[in-house]
Design a protein around this ligand. Structure first.
Ligand code: ATP
Ligand code: MG
Length: 399
């Protein structure tokens, strides 16, 4: 075993000292065998959540009804889930019921793909009931058991197959592809949030072009919000995509292809957060400005610095020959004469005092906007004297 499993091994040891079994499971075992960097370590155990709470000091009950708790150990979090079998997914959201069991075999059988159904004990011995290691070697995604049944049971697995192909660069077993196509209309019944989560990961994958090729080939996009009514968007995606890190970036890409669908519409139908909405709106604005004016300090000034990298990624995809380089963006940021309106050397009251005969009105904001524009672009020095002088020569336009 290597880190981070060595740190997590102490949890397996402690559970075993309490006469229960515990294994590493799922993505961490898969990524370890692939020599990929390991994300979260998930643990499966025969101990019930109640017992786990007794054994460990810091336990957070995140999904007790599904047998999952988070154990905090040496400042790390581990998801610890009791071996279980799932009932039906009749609401297509969560299994109706779960039943705790005391052997790992049936727990592995409920998992989606052979490469995700591996378990590893504290000595590094792998339990591989469905030839998951062979599929890892051959880079194949294949369902555990009959794909028709497994996809019907939880149609999210169809989208997860696409997501893993994009993350790992794997082929989807041809029979599995046929089954995905056959069952894909069941996606319509899923909770949107689950779909959004998986599609975000699909676009983030290092092998996104493989993931998108499968998205097209399986015609799964015909069952995704908005895309089902605007199928040309997927057909018109750039030939060579690069990974995008958030759904806000994905919305900005889609909007570039179909400008008549705005960020608010995507956000509503994909049930995204307000944060995603703000991100998409900002990125769309910045891309529009970029296509008209190129990269300049006004673009950098208007875009929130937390979206610089996302804007850079999108510009690389959409303008591969003259993208906005991240160094260029950061250089312009460092040179910005002001970062906000409040940094202007004059205040609203200073401006009002210059025009004692004018009533309050939108003219004030218009002047402030123009000052911002001129100062940011370097046409005007940000001193009280220069700004006042400029205002005198460019008085408010009142109709
Ligand atoms: P990642 O590294 O992206 O987190 P992961 O394999 O850990 O990948 P998760 O979505 O975190 O993926 O799920 C953890 C494990 O739970 C999976 O490896 C799989 O065994 C099981 N699993 C998750 N979702 C499903 C599902 N819908 N149906 C069956 N098994 C699932
Ligand atoms: Mg995981």
């Amino acid at each position: 075993l290597t880190e981070p499993f060595l740190a997590a091994k102490e949890i397996l040891d402690k559970i075993e000292q309490n006469n229960h079994q515990a294994f590493f499971v799922g993505g961490s075992v898969r990524d370890f065998l692939l020599n990929r960097s390991i994300g979260d370590i998930d643990i499966a155990t025969s101990a019930t959540p109640g017992l786990i709470k007794q054994i460990f000091d810091k336990v957070i009950p995140v999904g007790i009804e599904h047998g999952t708790v988070i154990v905090r150990h040496n400042k790390e979090s581990y998801e610890v889930t009791t071996f279980r079998i799932d009932g039906d997914y009749s609401d297509k959201r969560h299994p109706d019921s779960v039943k705790f069991i005391d052997k790992i075999e049936k727990d592995l059988e409920r998992r989606d793909f052979t490469i995700n159904a591996l378990a590893m004990d504290k000595n590094g011995t792998v339990i591989d009931l469905f030839d998951g290691k062979k599929d890892l070697q051959h880079s194949v995604i294949r369902t555990v058991g009959n794909g028709f049944e497994r996809f019907t049971e939880d149609p999210l697995r169809i989208i997860r197959a696409l997501r893993f192909s994009s993350q790992l660069g794997f082929t989807i077993d041809p029979e599995t592809v046929v089954q995905m196509k056959e069952i894909k209309q069941e996606i319509d019944n899923l909770a949107i949030e689950r779909i959004t989560n998986e599609i975000t990961k699909l676009f983030k994958g290092s092998f996104i072009n493989i993931g998108i090729a499968y998205l097209k080939r399986t015609e799964v996009f015909k069952h995704l919000p908005v895309l089902r009514d605007h199928q040309h968007i997927i057909e018109h995606l750039p030939k060579s995509l690069k990974s995008l890190y958030s759904f806000g970036e994905v919305i900005a890409l889609f909007n570039h292809i179909e400008p008549s669908i705005d960020a608010a519409f995507w956000v509503k139908d994909w049930k995204c957060s307000n944060r995603t909405k703000q991100e998409a709106i900002q990125l769309i604005e910045a891309l529009r400005y970029f296509s008209a004016n190129g990269l300049d300090s006004l673009l950098v000034y208007r875009l929130d610095p937390e979206y610089y990298h996302g804007f850079f990624r999108l510009s690389e995809i959409l303008y591969p020959n003259n993208s906005a380089h991240i160094d260029g963006i950061e250089h312009l940021y460092k040179k910005l004469p002001i970062l906000a309106k409040s940094d202007l050397a004059v205040r609203g009251n200073d401006i009002i005092d210059l025009f004692p005969n004018l009533n309050k009105g939108p003219w004030l904001q218009e002047i402030i906007s123009k000052l911002e524009h001129e100062v940011v672009l370097g046409n005007l020095k940000n001193t009280k004297k220069d700004l006042k002088e400029w205002i005198k020569w460019n008085p408010p336009e009142i109709n």
